[in-house]
Ligand binder design. Sequence first.
Ligand code: GDP
Length: 459
Amino acid sequence: LPTVAIIGRPNVGKSTLFNRLVGKKLALVDDTPGVTRDRREGQGRLFDLEFTIVDTAGYEDEDPDTLPGRMRMQTEAAIAGAQVALFLIDGRVGVTPLDEEIARWLRGSATPVVLAVNKAEGKQGDNGILESYALGFGDPIAISGEHGEGMADLFQALLPHIDGGAFEVQDPEAPDAILKLAIVGRPNAGKSTLINKLLGENRLITGPEAGITRDSISIDWIWTDPDPKQGEPDEEGNIPPLLTERRVRLIDTAGMRKRAKVQDKLEKLSVADARHAIDFAEVVVLLLDATKGLEVQDLKIADHVIQEGRALIIAINKWDVAENASSLFNGIRGALEEGLSQLKGVPLIAVSAMTGKGLDPLLSAAFDAREAWNKRVPTGILNRWFEAAVAANPPPAPGGKRIKLRYMTQARNRPPTFVIFGNRTDELPASYARYLLNGIRRDLDFGAVPVRINFRSSK
Ligand code: GDP
């Protein structure tokens, strides 16, 4: 098995992550004394990836004077045989001098490094995430070893280093990269019918057996875009070819429909089942039933998709039997926005899984959403927009003193996440943050992709 070494200073949460990845097999942990006294080894698993995991725990109680020296030896021993070093920092604490030192050792080694910012549940790790860019390992993965958050992102980051065969490795931001799409919704919304229609009318790249993992099934196929867009010319004026044959990986949860036959606890199951598919997806289609309208359960699923930072599209199915179509459509649009303010502007598409109506626009919207989700806005453009937005509607002045907002940058994409620097940003009302958020989505063409803003004060 390939080996992943967890590297990090004491207390960043290496053991917790180790235990999570090793799961029940904790008993297999190797505590052999000697050179490996400070190392633990176990069989790790992340979704369907299996690997040996090495944890450099054991020096948590060391004398601080000799700590760096001993750590260095342990770190070097651990990464020597590893395919990838999983470098952990504590998102709440931020980057410490010891973290910087470890980063230097890691940069000097040939082992590839995946940087993860731990304890990042909620927004708690935001500072650490920003600071961690300075370590020079590119985009950090925000995780919570304790709460299990960010595991799908961790999977994506580790995948190219520890598994070359089971999945295709590709640049996920390339426009021709396969679109990872999940279709979720309450039982009987028509998910199976939709999936069957899509797969029936399009060319499969792999059979339905190909992507089966323990908890989910994925099917790769090709959607032929009947109305392809012309790409933007690049710096040299070359216009990229029209993408007409577009690859899609449909992610489905194994057993979803089988379990849905169980009549009780249906409501609970549909959200739990959707979760797993959402983890693997870039874009999620939430399927509503035109004959049923919008229900609380639908909003719960939509909220979860946004919380997880996936791009969301809402499709109203069974449009072939919908009555009063236009008032139904507007009614659902209104109820969505009223139910969840983030759903303002979410693509809403009427479809019929039965007849196939609306399916091409649905796929087209899904690719657009992925593009926005991947997008990075240059800092110059961002700040031109930002200055205008702040000038048009200046932040409030609690206590007679105006809150200053200075500049803005995009910290990451997938989902787009922005940082705004200023002072006393903690006093900024939520309505002002919403004003900026809506402006970004509207003016910078993010559509309904969930956009995040973090504010940072200079003092
Ligand atoms: P799932 O539980 O979400 O997978 O739902 P199914 O795909 O099993 O569909 C539930 C029911 O809705 C079935 O009786 C389908 O025939 C019906 N159905 C699905 N899509 C459509 C549609 O576009 N139009 C109509 N009229 N019926 C549909």
